[in-house]
Design a protein around this ligand. Sequence first.
Ligand SMILES: C[S@@+](CC[C@H](N)C(=O)[O-])C[C@H]1O[C@@H](n2cnc3c(N)ncnc32)[C@H](O)[C@@H]1O
Length: 302
Amino acid sequence: MHSQIPKLCSEKILAAHRRRAKTVPPETDAFRLVDGRGDELDGITIDAFAGSWLVQTRPGFPLPPFPPELGYRSVYRKLLSPEKRETPEHLAGERLTGPFLVRENGCKFWVDFQAGYSQGLFLDQRDNRSELRRRSNGRTVLNTFAYTCGFGVTAALGGALTVNLDLSRNFLDWGKRNYVANGIDPSPHDFIYGDAFDWLRRLNRRERRFDIVVLDPPTFSRDRHSHVFQLEHDYPSLIDLARGVLNRGGTLLCCANTHRLPAAHFQALLRSALPPSASLAPRRIPEDFPGSDYLKTFWAEL
Ligand SMILES: C[S@@+](CC[C@H](N)C(=O)[O-])C[C@H]1O[C@@H](n2cnc3c(N)ncnc32)[C@H](O)[C@@H]1O
């Protein structure tokens, strides 16, 4: 009976792979291959990055075996533990020796399994990145909390002039390499190191204005004056700051990445901070996340 369990897991992974073949867009080799209970594998997610799999579980969760017949290049395990944010460990297949390129809707991104807790690309933002690209031609885009500049790259590919803001120089340098990987000269674009809250005030004082502002903050952040930002409470103050740098008729991409904030509550928070004339269009997490609803998105047109 027990020997059937690993076989069953392998079958479910293969079945999930077949389903993804129907939903993952062309020219894309970075996607969520298994999304927990959405693929009948409660407790496990697998992100596929150009054939290298990142298996994510809570500590202590028993892992199924990964026989080579599953067709991966390599398998790494990441423990989902906010206290111990460790680099993934190798489980099977090839050992990766450095960063490598993945593709999403034809756009290239550097991914690194040895760079710490995050690998360089949040796959759940794929549809928002492609929507931003679609809206970007001839626009100016401010990408706050930019991380490795995924939104900046797609906006630039869509024809925007971009400004990326992040608290990590390392991530911004990674972001520049992502621009270069796509044949974009980073020099006309900006990569600003610093606190997003401070910089939104500073850009406003300098009368800088943008057509689109991307807001995808972490759930918790502290600015350099030790003021705490907690997404569930402080989103309206972030909207106020972003509105200060938004052109008339501009667009805010508002994301909240947390289970703790239901979509209706997030929408009410946004409504409280936006003028009554603003329209709010919700967007679902991509189809390869059938077991998740943590990412909430609204495109706000002012
Ligand atoms: C959840 S990630 C953002 C993901 C990104 N929007 C994307 O789609 O790839 C959070 C990022 O916010 C940055 N960050 C956190 N607090 C910040 C702050 N106060 N000002 C600017 N960046 C901050 C972190 O360095 C990290 O890169």
